[in-house]
Design a protein around this ligand. Sequence first.
Ligand code: SF4
Length: 258
Amino acid sequence: MATILFPSPIFGPVKSRRLGVSLGLNLLPSDGKICNFDCVYCECGLNAEHRPKQDMPTRRQVALALEAKLKAMLEAGDTIDAITFAGNGEPTSHPDFKEIVDDVMAIRDRYFPNATVCLLTNATNILKPSVRRAVESIDRACLKLDSVDIDYVRFVNRPTCVYRLDELLEAMRSIGKKCVIQTMFLKGTWEGQCVDNTGEVAVQAWLEAIRTINPNGVDLYTISRDTPAKTLQKAGAEELDRIADRVRALGISAHAYY
Ligand code: SF4
């Protein structure tokens, strides 16, 4: 099972399909993964196979490392499009997430004021007031919503936390235009059972949720790297384009990546 673990607290910059040249911020340990989901498509691998022994970086370590990296890049004449909270799991798991976001926005303003600060999150922690405030302050917060079918979420995203879909959708609706919804479309099988969120019933229910959330945009994507489950398949480009068109018909911008 080929999976990727990222250095911590800084990695890259990497060329991202969605975000351009992006400097990664990994608030999780470098030797393992911490996430309250355990997605069967996670490029970091399954949780049980990557339990970390190291601690998360501290707020001070993150700020010092980011400042040193951006200063060096500026002096070298390098440019970046984005600074992105991503890495080995769920960034909002860090106990000082809100304070780290404040630090990162201020450091960004000093060195690369035109860079977009982004967050890739599974969204579960937006029910916590401090995380929600942090999410709302970020330039481009991408919230995962792969399906509104709770059985699909339990089978594919495999939350290890208490997962309350109705409350989460309500919180997403209240954030609305301040967020982007990101959805992984998949086909294939996992443990002998069908995995497919591209069918009409699933897409129609998901579109209705998107309509009521009314986000700033929707990113539709499919697998592009090795996944722990080898029996998963990419969703087709034409399918993604068709679903993106249906999002646009709601008056919401959409981009498909395949
Ligand atoms: S939410 Fe992201 S980091 Fe967590 S298991 Fe899923 S893909 Fe991996």
